[in-house]
Ligand binder design. Sequence first.
Ligand SMILES: [Zn+2]
Length: 408
Amino acid sequence: MKLVLKADRLIDGTGAEPISNAALVAEDGRITQITTQDQLQLAPGEKVDEISVSGSIMPGYIEMHSHMHCSSELDAYRQITTESNEIFTMRSVKAMRAALSSGVTTMRDLGARNEVAFPIKQAIEDGIIAGPRLIVTGTPITTTGGHCNMFGTEANTEEEVVAAVRQQFKLGAGYIKVMSTGGAFTPGTNVRAAQYPVSTLKAAVKDAERLNLRVAAHCHAAAGVRNCVEAGVHNLIHSSWLHDDPTKLYDYDTGVADEMAAKGIFVDPTLALIHLNELRGRAREGGAGMQDPVRRFEILRDMWDRGVKFVTGMDSGMVNAHFDDFAYIPQVMVERMGITPMEAIVCSTKTSAECLGLEAEIGTLEVGKSADIVMVEGNPAADIKAMHNVDSIIRQGEVVKRQGELLF
Ligand SMILES: [Zn+2]
């Protein structure tokens, strides 16, 4: 049976003007018609499954950065270093449900144990558990004792890193994750120093590309940002520009930002992560590279103005970052970085799909594409916070939330 969605407007994810009094038809998991309600073409007397919302139809959200088996709790580090793979798997099942229930129809996991990540992906595809379309890296590639070594593949030399890329490919990774600098989650690692030289990162990128994969690299240190840009890493994570001198904070380099834009490198600034407490009405904010949030947002805004493409990752699983927190990302982009709601919507949908290489399938509402759709109350193009108010969710043509009621 055809699925017919009706709303006050349809925001297609391209940045175009919304369609008023919109109707969308989907059949067999694909979008077959996008039009206005008075132009809607159905056979006379045809029985359809109809959902109407006073609000907006838009593409399903794309969450670009999760750690499915991390707990989001204050002692996330203790849990990740002591719990069993069985507990990790159960945490991941819960995480996938939470993500889907918030309107995330596609998620990229940027680091989880192989024994957990690949079975979870398979279980979603086989319909055993509920979850978004899932792209996984499996274990992140890191140096011995490096950032996230507790669930990573430790690889030091060029040869070892290339072997690690191949191992993840063999397991079914849809993206490769490399830790190019230390990180706050892993005590003792140096957030202000690079973990790999350019030559090693280049070797990883070259071999990943041979296998039709892309590389996302964690980088807090400015040295790591520079190395990744020079190596042609496809997607920078955090991009915190931390100075190597601990008495200084940032070492932002506009020349490198221009190079990022010229090379078409995507940046996932994980910019909502350390504001979640504040957004939930609590006092504390902070985190690696965020001692001066005002300057941090000025830097991000400058990168944006230079043409760097931003994608929407939460780093869910890290302390405070829950798997159903997605809508805070576009909210912070608008409220703190100062881009328009429509620009933040495009980052959350089209641009993130492009970063995944899935733009032919998802990210915008177009005839022929997968029916990955959310219906929200209100108008997010006017008030970005409307993205929190998800009324209905369609995942690959299947209604998984209908007018406020979860169906899984
Ligand atoms: Zn992360």
